[in-house]
Design a binder for this molecule. Sequence first.
Ligand SMILES: Nc1nc2c(ncn2[C@@H]2O[C@H](COP(=O)(O)OP(=O)(O)OP(=O)(O)O)[C@@H](O)[C@H]2O)c(=O)[nH]1
Ligand SMILES: [Mg+2]
Length: 311
Amino acid sequence: MQPARRGSRTIRIPDRLRPGRAPTLPPSAALPLDTAMTYPPAIVDPAARPAARPAAQPAPRPDGDCPPVEVILPALDEEAAIGGVLAALPRDWFRRAIVVDNGSTDGTAAVAAAAGAHVVHEPRRGYGSACLAGLAALHADTEVIVFLDADGSDAPDRLPGLVAPILAGEADLVIGSRVTAHGQRGALTLPQRTGNAIATAWLRGRFGLPATDLGPFRAIRRSSLKSLHMSDPDWGWTVEMQIKAARAGLRYREVTVPCFRRIGRSKISGTVRGVLGAAFKILGLLAWHDFVRPGSRRRSAPPVTANTPRE
Ligand SMILES: Nc1nc2c(ncn2[C@@H]2O[C@H](COP(=O)(O)OP(=O)(O)OP(=O)(O)O)[C@@H](O)[C@H]2O)c(=O)[nH]1
Ligand SMILES: [Mg+2]
């Protein structure tokens, strides 16, 4: 790992995110791209689970005709990480990366533009606001949208595993689950793991969604996302999408993805204020949709289960 200088601080950029390096994953995380979740066993019907599909991903076309996929990366002061994240995205699998600069005071926008991304500026702070701004910038013919953090905590080379089930018509929303893999030590903080466990238990028990994670690395069919009318401006964005996906009966799937410690200083999961704010928002949204919002009762249709196409 080579240190990079930034002002008077030394920032260590992992080799896996260095431009030109083939991203490598810890052995424990080197799972097949289409490794699908098998949890919770009580919800997933093994009989309904299709056989492993080693060749599920459509082969990228040699003429450069990528699938109609765009990647949205919300970014706030991620100068040290964004270049490596963009370089590690598999080039044949998406048409454009959109970096939404959420009021950065560092060189995030310049680094992203130099790495070939389309940069959008969104002055309203908040993860959800950044995602909404990215959606507004999509090309008209984009059919699948990938969301990915810009801080180096996800594995960009896993993008095909998220996108393939949607392109194949088997799923509408695919979440990269970090809890079903052995992530890098310390990648998920205790408050993150605890919050995830509570929120996903709620999603499973009250909304019938077989979720194990609220992971930010996710892919969704554009038409499905449009039907959800997403609105949360900050940390409720991820759970809002899962709640509404359950209500709308979207075909839901999770795939195992590794996770890593973020590059740069933690803004949310490592701060008391950030953790409390995110927890309050996420649990508040679950309670709102479960107990208050009209029409919030559980769907009478069978729950959407992982690996169970509804067609
Ligand atoms: N904190 C924060 N992040 C934002 C904002 N807008 C966009 N982002 C980006 O959203 C992604 C997720 O934010 P993170 O700060 O990594 O949140 P987290 O993963 O919960 O916590 P940490 O990694 O510990 O900071 C990153 O790529 C951020 O740069 C914002 O207003 N606040
Ligand atoms: Mg992060």
